[in-house]
Design a binder for this molecule. Structure first.
Ligand SMILES: Nc1nc2c(ncn2[C@@H]2O[C@H](COP(=O)(O)OP(=O)(O)OP(=O)(O)O)[C@@H](O)[C@H]2O)c(=O)[nH]1
Length: 399
C-alpha cells in the first residue's frame, strides 16, 4: 500500500549535506576565487606583490582543500555514513574562509583610502550574498560564514567609529545586512528542506510502486503456472500418470485434422484387460490398481515415437493414438504391447485364457477425408476390441 511518509530526520540531514556539496562546491569556490582576484587587483598598488601573492595563494589553498574534501565526501558517501563529522568539517571550512575575509578587511582597511575600503567591503558582501543562494541548504554553514565574515567587520567598524566618518554608518548597515541575510536564509532554507522532502517522498513512492509491480508480475506468473498445472491435472489420470479420456479426445480431434490436411494415416488401438473383474475378485482391488499402473508403464514404453499418445480411457480400458501409423504399423505396436504385457508376467489364476494378465486389443486405422468425431473413432476401435474379446481374448482385431 502506498502512503505518504515524511523523510526521516537523519536522511534529510544527509540529503542537505549532499546537495550543499554537490551544488555549493563549485559555486562557492568560484565566488571566493573571483572575490580574491578582485581584492588583489584593488590592493595591488598599496602592498608588496609578494605579500599579496602569498595571501592569494593561501586563500586558494584553503578553497582547494575545501573543494577536495567535498569531492571525497561525495564520492564515498561520507555524508551518509558519518554526516556529523562531515557537517563539522564543513562548518570549520566555512568559518575559516569567513574569518580570512574579515581578517583581511580589518587588517588592510587601515592602509586603504575609504573608496577602496568600501569596494573591498562590497566584495565581502557579494560573496556572502552569493553564498546565500548556494549554501543555505545547510543553514548553519551559511550563518557561520556570514557571522565570521560580516560580523567582525561590523563590530570593528563600530568600535573604530571615530577613525573614519563613515565607520559608524557602515557598522550599523552591516549589522542590519547580517540580520536581513539571516532572515532571508530562514525562508530559503525551509524551501530547500521541503523540496528535499518532496523529492524523497516521490522516490519512496516510485520504489514502492516498483515493488508492487514486481509482486504483481510474480503473482501473475504463479497464476499462469497454477493454471498450467490445473490443465495438466485435468488431462492426467491419477492412478497411472497417463493421459485421460479428456486428453484423448483433444488429441484425436487435433490428429484427425492434421491427417486430413496432410492426407495421412491415423490409427487408434483400444486395449482392455482380460477378466479383470475376476482379477479384482481374486487378488483384491489394490492389487488390481497395481496391475493398471504396470500396464500404464508398459504403454508408455510402447509409445516411443513423437506424437504418439498413451492414455487410460476409463476403468481397465487403455488407448493408443498413433498419428501417421498405417494398419500394419499399428498392428506391430499392438503386438509389441501384447508381448510386453506377457513378459511382465503378472499371475492371474482366475483368467480363462492365460496363467497371467493378458490384454485384448481393437485396432482402427483410417485416412480421414472428413471431420470425424473422436467418439466415433473410439466406437469403431471398440467394435474391433469386442471382436477380439468375442474370439477368445488375448488377441488383436483390426478394422
Ligand atoms: N482395481 C481396479 N479395478 C477397476 C478400476 N476401474 C474398473 N475396475 C474394474 O474393472 C472391472 C471390469 O470388469 P468387466 O467390464 O466386467 O470386464 P472384465 O472382467 O475385464 O471382463 P472382460 O473385459 O470381458 O475380459 C470391474 O470389476 C471394475 O470394478 C480401477 O481403477 N481399479
Amino acid at each position: 500500500m502506498i502512503y505518504l511518509r515524511n523523510i526521516p530526520d537523519d536522511e534529510l540531514f544527509s540529503a542537505q549535506l549532499e546537495l550543499l556539496m554537490q551544488h555549493g562546491r563549485i559555486a562557492s569556490m568560484m565566488a571566493n576565487l573571483i572575490g580574491a582576484i578582485a581584492a588583489m587587483a584593488l590592493l595591488w598598488p598599496y602592498f608588496e606583490p609578494q605579500s599579496l601573492l602569498l595571501w592569494g595563494f593561501g586563500l586558494m589553498i584553503l578553497l582547494l582543500l575545501r573543494s577536495l574534501y567535498m569531492s571525497g565526501a561525495l564520492a564515498d558517501r561520507r555524508y551518509v555514513s558519518r554526516p556529523k563529522r562531515v557537517f563539522w568539517l564543513l562548518i570549520l571550512g566555512s568559518a575559516v574562509t569567513g574569518l580570512a575575509w574579515s581578517g583581511t578587511y580589518i587588517y588592510v582597511g587601515q592602509f586603504l583610502p575609504p573608496t577602496l575600503q568600501y569596494l573591498l567591503l562590497l566584495i565581502v558582501v557579494m560573496i556572502s550574498a552569493i553564498s546565500l543562494a548556494v549554501m543555505v541548504v545547510v543553514r548553519e554553514y551559511f550563518l557561520v560564514f556570514v557571522f565570521s565574515a560580516l560580523w567582525p567587520i561590523a563590530w570593528w567598524c563600530l568600535a573604530h567609529f571615530w577613525d573614519q566618518p563613515h565607520n559608524l554608518l557602515l557598522g550599523i548597515l552591516l549589522l542590519a545586512l547580517t540580520g536581513l541575510l539571516v532572515a532571508a536564509s530562514n525562508g530559503i532554507h525551509d524551501t530547500f528542506r521541503r523540496m528535499l522532502s518532496l523529492n524523497w517522498q516521490q522516490e519512496a513512492m516510485a520504489r514502492e510502486l516498483g515493488q508492487i509491480t514486481n509482486s504483481l508480475r510474480d503473482r501473475n506468473l504463479q497464476l499462469q503456472e497454477a493454471r498450467r498445472q490445473l490443465t495438466d491435472l485435468a488431462n492426467i489420470d491419477e492412478l497411472t500418470g497417463l493421459g485421460n479420456r479428456r486428453l484423448v479426445n483433444q488429441t484425436l480431434r487435433e490428429e484427425v485434422n492434421r491427417a486430413r490436411r496432410s492426407h495421412g494415416w491415423l490409427s487408434v488401438v483400444l486395449i482392455d484387460v482380460d477378466f479383470f473383474k475376476k482379477y479384482n475378485d481374486t487378488y483384491g482391488h489394490p492389487a488390481g490398481d497395481e496391475v493398471l499402473r504396470r500396464i500404464g508403464d508398459i504403454m508408455q514404453r510402447a509409445t516411443a515415437r513423437a506424437g504418439e499418445v498413451a492414455a487410460r480411457y476409463g476403468g481397465e480400458e487403455f488407448i493408443l493414438v498413433l498419428p501417421g501409423a498405417k494398419a500394419a504399423d499399428a498392428l506391430r505396436t499392438a503386438e509389441r504391447l501384447k508381448r510386453l504385457v506377457y513378459e511382465e508376467n503378472i499371475p492371474h489364476s482366475a483368467s480363462e485364457v492365460s496363467d497371467r494378465i493378458s490384454i485384448s486389443q481393437g485396432v482402427l486405422s483410417i485416412m480421414p477425408d472428413e471431420d470425424v468425431d473422436p467418439g466415433v473413432l473410439v466406437d469403431r476401435a471398440d467394435a474391433a476390441l469386442y471382436t477380439a474379446k468375442r474370439e477368445g481374448r488375448d488377441q488383436i482385431a483390426v478394422v
